[in-house]
Ligand binder design. Structure first.
Ligand code: NAP
Length: 492
C-alpha cells in the first residue's frame, strides 16, 4: 500500500525555524557566504539552507577546541557528568522535536526516529555515569623495588565524522564519551542530514557545555575540510563512522601525525537460520534486522543464510509480512517504510536485485523503484540467490531481503564468514551447543543469538576485519578517548 505525501505542516515549519543554520565555532554561530541545501528525501523539497564550511573554518574550529582543551580536561568529572545528564534530560523533553527532525531530513518513519531518540539519548546518560568512574591502578612491581601507577588522561582535541543514517545516535555515541573523558571536539555531520547535529549542539549549549568544547562544521567539501585538520599536530584523535573506502582513506591520512583512530565502518551481516530455530522468532528477528531504518543500517542483515529444509517456509512467511508494509512519508500515520536517502541509493538497490535475478535468484515481492515523488524503493524479497551475485558481496543499504539456502553447519559458517566485513552476525537456533559453536566460529565484532536488534548504549559496539577498529558504548567506549600513562616511583 502506498500513501500520498502531505504538504509540510505548521509543526514542521516551526521546528525547522528553530534549528540553527550556521557553523558552531567557539560558542558562536557563524554564517558563510556559500550554503548547502538540505532535502526531504520523501518529497525532494528543500528543508533548510545551512552554512558550508571551508578549510579556514576547520582550522578556526580546531583553534577553538585547542584553546579550551586544558580547561575542560581539568573540570571535575562530576561537573562533566552533570552537564551530560542535563543534556539527557533536555533530550527527553524535546524527544518529539528530535524525532520529527530526523524523519524530515533522513526519511525514517516517526516511530523509528523515536526509537533513535531513546537509543541516542542513552549515550548521554550512560557516559554521564562513566565520567565519574575513570580509574587507574597502583601496585608494587614484581621485584619489590618500585611502585607502579597507571592513570588515564584525555587524549586531547578530537575530530568526529558521522554518517547520515542515524543522525542523532552517531553524534551522541561519539560526543558523549569524548566529553566524559575530558576531550574537546569538532563534529562534522554528513551533508545529507546535518540538521539534527546542529539542533543537538544548541541543546548541548543549553545543558552548560562551555564555548569551544563542542564545535560543528557542516560542509559540502568533506575532503578539503578534513585534510587540514588531520595535517595539524594539535588534533589528537579521529573517530569516524561511515563507509569502509572512506575509512581506509582517513586511516592513511591519519598516519602522518600517528593519530588515535576509531573506525566504525561498513558491514555485510549474515543472518543464519538453522532448521531447529523457532521460526516465528526468526521471522520477527529477520524483519527487524533487515527493514529497520529502511535497510540503511551498518547492522542490517545483508545475507539470509537459511537451512534448505525451511528456506521455502521462511521465504513465504517473510514475504507475507513484507507485502503488508506501508510505504510513505515517515511523518504519516502507519507508515513502516520510508524513502531511501537519495537517487544513488535507489539505483544501487535496483542494480543489486537485477544482478541477482539475472544470475538465477527468484523475486518473491518488490524489485523496483516506486513511481512517485521522493526516492522510494519497494520492500523486496528474493530467494535462491546464487554465489557470485553482487548482493552477497556488497552492502545493500536498502530494503532488500536476500535468501541463500545451506545444508550443513560447516557450510553455514563458511558462507557467513565469506566476506571482508565482520561487524555483526545473527544466528537463530534452539540448540545451545550449536549457539556456543557459532559464537566461537563467526568472525564478527557483535552477535545477535536469537535476536534481530542488538544495539545498546551499555554494549561495546564495533567490528573486526574491514568493519573497523575500536568500540563505541559500553565500558570500552570511554577508553577510545583516554590514553594510559604509566609512572614508576621508588619503593619507599
Ligand atoms: P560515507 O560516504 O563514508 O560518509 C560518512 C561521513 O564521511 C559523512 O559525514 C561524509 O560526509 C564524510 N566523508 C565522505 N568523504 C570524506 C572524506 N574524503 N574525508 C572526510 N570525510 C568524508 O558513508 P555514508 O554513506 O554517510 O554512511 C553509510 C556507511 O556508514 C555504510 O557503509 C554503513 O555501514 C556505515 N556505518 C557504519 C556504522 C558502524 O557503526 N560501523 C554505523 C552507521 C553507518 P559527506 O557525505 O557530507 O561528504
Amino acid at each position: 500500500m502506498t500513501t500520498q505525501t502531505d504538504l509540510p505542516t505548521t509543526a514542521e515549519a516551526e521546528l525547522l525555524a528553530k534549528v540553527p543554520t550556521g557553523l558552531f565555532i567557539g560558542g558562536e554561530w557563524r554564517q558563510t557566504e556559500k550554503t548547502i541545501d538540505v532535502f526531504d528525501p520523501s518529497t525532494g523539497d528543500v528543508l533548510a539552507s545551512i552554512a558550508d564550511a571551508s578549510a579556514a573554518d576547520a582550522t578556526a574550529a580546531l583553534d577553538a577546541a585547542v584553546a579550551v582543551q586544558d580547561e575542560w580536561a581539568a573540570t571535575a568529572p562530576r561537573t562533566r557528568s552533570n552537564i551530560l545528564r542535563k543534556a539527557f534530560d533536555l533530550m527527553q523533553e524535546r524527544r518529539d522535536e528530535f524525532a520529527l527532525l530526523m524523519t524530515l531530513e533522513m526519511g525514517k518513519p516517526l516511530a523509528e526516529s523515536n526509537g533513535e531518540v531513546t537509543y541516542g539519548g542513552e549515550f548521554l546518560r550512560w557516559f554521564s555515569e562513566e565520567a565519574v568512574r575513570i580509574t587507574g591502578r597502583y601496585g608494587t612491581n614484581p621485584e619489590g623495588t618500585g611502585r607502579m601507577i597507571v592513570s588515564q588522561h584525555p587524549v586531547g582535541p578530537c575530530y568526529l565524522i558521522t554518517p547520515w543514517n542515524f543522525p542523532l545516535a552517531m553524534a551522541t555515541r561519539k560526543i558523549a564519551p569524548a566529553l566524559a573523558a575530558g576531550c574537546t571536539v569538532i563534529i562534522k555531520p554528513a551533508s545529507l542530514t546535518p540538521l539534527t547535529t546542529l539542533y543537538f549542539a544548541k541543546l548541548l549549549e543549553e545543558a552548560g557545555v562551555p564555548a569551544g568544547v563542542v564545535n560543528v562544521l557542516t560542509t559540502s567539501s568533506s575532503g578539503a575540510v578534513t585534510e587540514p585538520l588531520l595535517d595539524d599536530p594539535r588534533l589528537r584523535k579521529l573517530s569516524f563512522t561511515g563507509s569502509t573506502p572512506v575509512g581506509q582513506k582517513l586511516i592513511q591520512q591519519s598516519a602522518k601525525n600517528v593519530l588515535r583512530t576509531s573506525m566504525e565502518l561498513g558491514g555485510n551481516a549474515p543472518f543464519v537460520v538453522f532448521d531447529d530455530a523457532d521460526l516465528d522468532a526468526a521471522v520477527d528477528g529477520a524483519l527487524a534486522a533487515k527493514f529497520r531504518n529502511i535497510g540503511q543500517a551498518c547492522t542490517a542483515a545483508n545475507r539470509f543464510i537459511v537451512h534448505a529444509s525451511i528456506a521455502d517456509e521462511f521465504a513465504r512467511r517473510v514475504t507475507d509480512r513484507v507485502k503488508g508494509f506501508t510505504l510513505g512519508r515517515g511523518t504519516e500515520e502507519g507508515v513502516t517504510i520510508g524513502p531511501l536517502i537519495d537517487d544513488r541509493a535507489v539505483k544501487k538497490a535496483s542494480e543489486l536485485v537485477e544482478d541477482a535475478v539475472a544470475k538465477g535468484a527468484t523475486l518473491l515481492t518488490g524489485g523496483k523503484a516506486v513511481d512517485r515523488e521522493g526516492t522510494f524503493y519497494e520492500p523486496t524479497v528474493i530467494t535462491d540467490v546464487q554465489q557470485g551475485s553482487k548482493i552477497l558481496r556488497e552492502e545493500i543499504f536498502g530494503p532488500v531481503l536476500a535468501i541463500v539456502p545451506f545444508t550443513d553447519e560447516a557450510d553455514a559458517v563458511r558462507l557467513a564468514n565469506d566476506t571482508e566485513y565482520g561487524l555483526v552476525s545473527y544466528v537463530f537456533t534452539q540448540d545451545l551447543a550449536r549457539g556456543q559453536r557459532m559464537i566461537d566460529k563467526l568472525q564478527t565484532g557483535m552477535m545477535g543469538l536469537n535476536v534481530g536488534v542488538i544495539s545498546n548504549a551499555a554494549a561495546p559496539f564495533g567490528g573486526v576485519k574491514q568493519s573497523g577498529i575500536g568500540r563505541e558504548g559500553g565500558l570500552e567506549g570511554i577508553h577510545e578517548y583516554l590514553s594510559t600513562k604509566y609512572t614508576m616511583t621508588p619503593a619507599s
